[in-house]
Ligand binder design. Structure first.
Ligand code: PRP
Length: 220
């Protein structure tokens, strides 16, 4: 039997993703042993998984180098790859927002030709140019995006907000919410057909796990 491959985001999402896979019986001990190997294998289930930069997960899945992937919705929106998004895994929940100084609250319509700093140029363009019909200049940054409006690099930012602490401590506010973000399970379009049985077993196992968690939370 061929290996079923899962591409996973390296970083924030990794631990929660590994925990979910373990709970449905996938052996992640090789990864947990802290090895520097790039591919971790569960021989008994004929599953292997590998960790890559978040933005690369959709690429591996679209090309079929991975049958499945676990990645944030922010990355899926930004990469725009052809694949199936099959399950909202619930963890790493946050929001993609437009944020800026309080003076701009309610004034997003007056941002024509303004500068928007972001790690997510595609999401920013989609929001401003297609949804709001505002023409903007996107300034691509690699991190600490909240700094941009503070030093005059941009009027507003498009970024993720989790607790809201970074915005608050830098005197910025949410001006609009673009999307709810969380970790998603994605599947290659050919694998979905060719490996439907094994993939469905994993999807259903994870779905059941999420249901059980919701039930337990309700019962508290
Ligand atoms: C993310 C995001 C915000 C911050 C939001 O940045 O881009 O800056 O977290 O979290 P909060 O609402 O809980 O404060 P990350 O920590 O990934 O670092 P980066 O700014 O270098 O991208």
């Amino acid at each position: 039997m061929r290996y079923l491959s899962i591409a996973m985001s390296k970083g924030r999402l990794t631990d929660a993703a590994v925990e979910m896979l373990e709970k449905i019986g996938i052996d992640c001990s090789e990864y947990k042993a802290g090895s520097r190997k790039l591919i971790f294998t569960d021989e008994s289930n004929r599953i292997r998984f590998f960790l890559v930069k978040p933005a690369d997960v959709p690429t591996y899945v679209e090309y079929g180098a991975a049958d499945m992937g676990i990645v944030g919705k922010d990355t899926l929106l930004e990469e725009g790859r052809h694949l199936y998004e099959v399950l909202d895994l619930g963890f790493a929940a946050c929001k993609m927002v437009v944020a800026g100084p309080e003076e701009l609250a309610g004034k997003l319509d007056s941002l024509n030709n303004k500068r928007v700093a972001t790690k997510y140029p595609r999401i920013a363009r989609e929001y401003f140019e297609h949804k709001r019909r505002e023409s903007i200049e996107v300034i691509k940054l690699s991190g600490s995006v909240e700094l941009a409006p503070l030093v005059g690099l941009a009027e507003v930012i498009v970024d993720l907000v989790e607790t809201g602490r970074t915005l608050k401590e830098n005197g910025l506010v949410v001006l609009d919410t673009i999307a709810d973000i969380s970790a998603r399970l994605v599947v290659n379009r050919v694998s979905a057909k060719m490996e439907s049985e094994r993939i469905n077993r994993i999807v259903e196992g994870l779905r059941k796990q999420l249901e059980n968690r919701h039930e337990a939370e309700k019962g508290r």
